[in-house]
Design a binder for this molecule. Structure first.
Ligand SMILES: *Cc1c(COP(=O)(O)O)cnc(C)c1O
Length: 369
């Protein structure tokens, strides 16, 4: 054994799907205004930070966490306004829940279907759990139909592929738009398997499928607190009927949400109005940033119900680099999905950060002209 290198051993031992995967790339952001990852830019009020510090100091971190996270779940149920007979299952971020769902339905040959471009983890997780993956392109066009669901094509794909699991991000990432609720409802009705409506951006959106949970036996709604100011805590949940959740609970690792995330999230949700107010501010600033981007002739900006904006600009990669040189990190989507050619995505920051982003963009465009 000692004569073999670790890399040749890994090459022969690991599954081909794993060897073929590209690791999820997180760029170095040190010293930058960070507008690349849909984080909430605000810190908590000092009083609340003191309250958290005190609770953390008293926490029993020598003990395993409450495996059922009873009091945190109670708080989430209350705030979410779940319909009768519905419950929640907690995940270490919602990414973990995507993985858990894939593992749960992954019979030989089972298919995971989503639309494209959408959240890249659907495809990645399908790949590394060994599921078949089908991505149905979104509609293109010059107006509001751009990046909307292509309903006939998606219905046909559901009929043809019989997916065990369908993911629809509502609003969609990275495009920012909210699909037509009526079209989503038609897909749920047509799907033979589970449909998960991923509401990662619910705090910034005008609609939700939570009130419709009771209507569809194959619907689950997934949410995360990451975009609401708790990205560092790693906490997401699935909402749905207890019949589903009881089964899925069996796959959840017993201590997937640690003592500190449970405790801090519960404290924060106890001051939900603070987070809600930050989200309101972000929505207002998003609309302002949308108008400002729209006034720049070289930019085509797309409507958003999330905390980020997608825009198209010639020489997107050069613009991205120019912004980075000026200390502003956003997300370059050029070179990924063909429909995202020359697209960049900017997370809404504080008013000051947004102003610096616009200034850096204008400087970059002047330099490139
Ligand atoms: C950010 C994001 C998630 C993942 O959130 P975590 O809870 O931080 O893992 C899930 N779905 C979509 C669409 C997202 O944009």
């Amino acid at each position: 054994m000692s004569s073999i290198s670790a890399s040749s051993l890994a090459g022969s031992l690991l599954r081909q799907e794993v060897l073929d995967l590209h690791a999820y790339h997180v760029p170095d952001s040190s010293g930058c205004i960070k507008l690349d990852a849909m984080e909430n830019p605000y810190l908590l009020p000092p009083v609340l930070r003191d309250e958290i510090a005190e609770a953390v100091a008293a926490a029993a971190i020598n003990r395993y966490p409450d495996p059922g996270a009873a009091s945190l779940k109670e708080k989430i149920r209350g705030l979410t306004g779940l319909p009768q007979g519905m419950d929640v299952l907690l995940g270490n971020g919602s990414d973990e829940l995507i993985q858990l769902l894939a593992m749960a339905v992954n019979k030989p040959g089972a298919t995971l279907l989503s639309v494209e471009p959408s959240f890249v983890m659907y495809r990645m997780i399908a790949t590394f759990t060994g599921m078949r993956y089908v991505g149905v392109p979104l509609a293109t066009g010059s107006g509001a139909e751009n990046f909307s669901l292509d309903l006939p094509a998606t219905l046909a794909a559901i009929e043809r592929e019989q997916p065990a699991l369908v993911f629809l991000a509502y609003p969609n990432n990275p495009t920012g738009n909210l699909f037509s609720a009526d079209a989503v409802a038609q897909l749920i009705e047509a799907a033979p398997g589970l449909v998960v409506v991923d509401e990662a951006y619910y705090a910034f959106a005008s609609d939700s499928f939570i009130p419709r949970l009771a209507r569809y036996p194959n619907l689950l709604v997934m949410r995360t607190f990451s975009k609401l100011g708790m990205a560092g805590l790693r906490l997401g949940f699935l909402a749905g009927s207890t019949a589903w959740l009881e089964q899925l609970e069996k796959l959840r690792l017993p201590y997937n949400v640690g003592v500190l995330p449970q405790l801090v999230a519960e404290k924060l949700l106890g001051h939900h109005e603070v987070l809600q107010q930050q989200a309101e501010q972000i929505k207002q600033d998003r609309d302002k940033l949308y108008r400002q981007l729209g006034e720049i002739a070289a930019v085509r900006v797309y409507p958003s119900e999330a905390n980020f904006l997608l825009f198209r600009i010639a020489n997107a990669t050069a613009v991205f680099d120019g912004l980075k040189q000026r200390g502003v990190l956003i997300k370059n989507l050029n070179g990924g999905h063909p429909m995202l050619k020359d697209c960049l995505r900017v997370t809404v920051g504080t008013p000051d950060q947004n102003m610096k982003f616009i200034a850096a963009l204008q400087e970059t465009l002047t330099q490139l002209a």
